[in-house]
Design a protein around this ligand. Sequence first.
Ligand code: PEP
Length: 246
Amino acid sequence: MRSLLFAANWKMHIGPSEARAFFATFLRSHTAQPNREVWFFPPAVSIEAVATAVRERSDLRAGAQDIHWEPKGAFTGAISGPLAAQAGARATLVGHSERRHVFGETYEQTGKKVAAAVRAGLHPVLCVGETLAQREAGETLTVVTRQLDAALGASVQADVTIAYEPVWAIGTGRNATPQDAADVHRAIRTWLTDRKARTIRILYGGSVTTKNAAELLAERELDGVLVGGASLDPSGWLELVRTTAA
Ligand code: PEP
């Protein structure tokens, strides 16, 4: 049976008390479904509240949105893999487009963060994707391949998930078509197969909502979705994570 992962990126929303209220609603209605996992990436201050809320559910997981590559030190404002793990995280996003394009994270840094995540026992969810200018210049696959090479290297050592998130689709209301997404997912799958890592999950992210999730997930190349805006409201998210993939 096909297994699906629904990942919620809460970005800079939902503090600890709001997270507890979210789960009071969510857990009341969402029972574990076979072959379906739901992961949450709250802001760092809310990781512990989320981890506590999901601790008895093997289908649910808390994660960090970003980690520093060093385990500790003078890096004001940052959190490390071991600190995130101590708060209850079991995964982390790496290389989200907002980290790359708003905070200037480099390709080299994403590689260091994937390695740091693995050292801390966190499952990395590596985000890759092209800008609109790169897509229009026909550079999508070159950019995505460069991002994979830089973050994962020639041999994929990590137990990792990849999220293909075209930058032009994130938070814009403009999602990729299932065909657009599938084309890039196939190229990523080929890159993984060449490195004997064919079975790694590939998610799609970018303006996924309850309205387009079924159509996107009907595309068999998608192993799930990474969702920002539409994951913030517990009732909408409940509906989204129950999407039947045609
Ligand atoms: C994201 O933040 O990873 C994302 C895909 O956001 P949105 O769903 O709001 O486009």
